[in-house]
Design a protein around this ligand. Structure first.
Ligand code: 5RP
Length: 247
């Protein structure tokens, strides 16, 4: 097995240009505002570049790491947390989560989100449900009037053909099986497939209804429509600044 230091060299720096400075700045602010060391907090960690930025800032920004416990939503963020010296605990602590830090693939004008670009939507939705506070960070280009991104839908491999049929014929979706560059289907950490599914959201104003409709298809494990609003959205601007939006 590789030593931790070997893996560390492979961790990515992947906030897209020109948002790196804003991501660093907002990560510092998020830690200052939401990490309360004296309270022995349980912190949920979403997955992907923005959550990673916050975790990396916690490495030096959190003085006494013994006072916090983290729940990781993927192996990706678990590795990052371990490298930053954070204590990662198991799922039995989920009901105690004080705050979750996460990113988003797209945010509409009513602050619904599409998530699951990194395939971690199932665990992300669970920690969002549990958390007393949800803090989302995203580049300004991800804020849109209506959704245009495909919705990641996590599906049991056994059900994939029937779910595709249901999505096409009943839900007016355009599902596409997520594939790796090597030609294999992408498999989530839960052993499932992802159908990235396009919808015409200009004709859908009730996103919660759509989330429930899609979730009710047998074989669908989780849907990348997140309709629990975050408490705070950090918007990263291209000039290095950031805004906070409280909904
Ligand atoms: C992973 C996710 C991520 O939050 C999403 O892909 C956005 O990542 P980022 O904003 O950090 O680029 O849902 O499953």
């Amino acid at each position: 097995m590789s030593k931790m230091s070997d893996i560390e060299t492979q961790l990515k720096n992947w906030i897209p240009s020109p948002f790196q400075d804003a991501a660093k700045n907002l990560a510092k602010d998020a830690i200052k505002q939401f990490v309360k060391q004296e309270n022995n907090q349980v912190i949920g960690l979403g997955s992907g570049p923005m959550a990673t930025e916050i975790v990396r800032e916690m490495k030096d920004g959190v003085k006494n790491k013994k006072t916090i416990e983290c729940i990781a939503t993927s192996f990706q963020i678990k590795l990052e947390a371990q490298y930053s010296g954070l204590k990662v605990v198991d799922e039995s602590r989920i009901p105690e989560i004080d705050v979750v830090f996460d990113g988003a693939d797209e945010i509409d004008s009513k602050y619904n989100m599409i998530k699951g670009g990194g395939g971690a939507l199932l665990k992300e939705k669970i920690v969002h449900l549990a958390a007393k506070k949800v803090v989302i960070a995203a580049e300004s280009k991800k804020f849109a009037e209506t959704f245009s991104w495909p919705v990641p839908i996590e599906v049991s491999p056994f059900a994939v053909s029937i779910v595709i049929k249901e999505l096409e014929q009943k839900a007016e979706g355009r599902p596409k099986l997520r594939m790796l560059n090597e030609g294999y289907p992408y498999v989530t950490e839960n052993g499932n497939f992802i159908l990235d599914t396009g919808f015409d959201f200009s004709a859908t104003n009730d996103i919660r209804k759509k989330e429930v409709e899609l979730k009710s298809i047998p074989g669908v494990v989780e849907v990348g429509l997140f309709t629990r609003h975050a408490n705070v959205y950090y918007k990263a601007n291209a000039d290095g600044s950031f805004e906070t939006i409280e909904v």
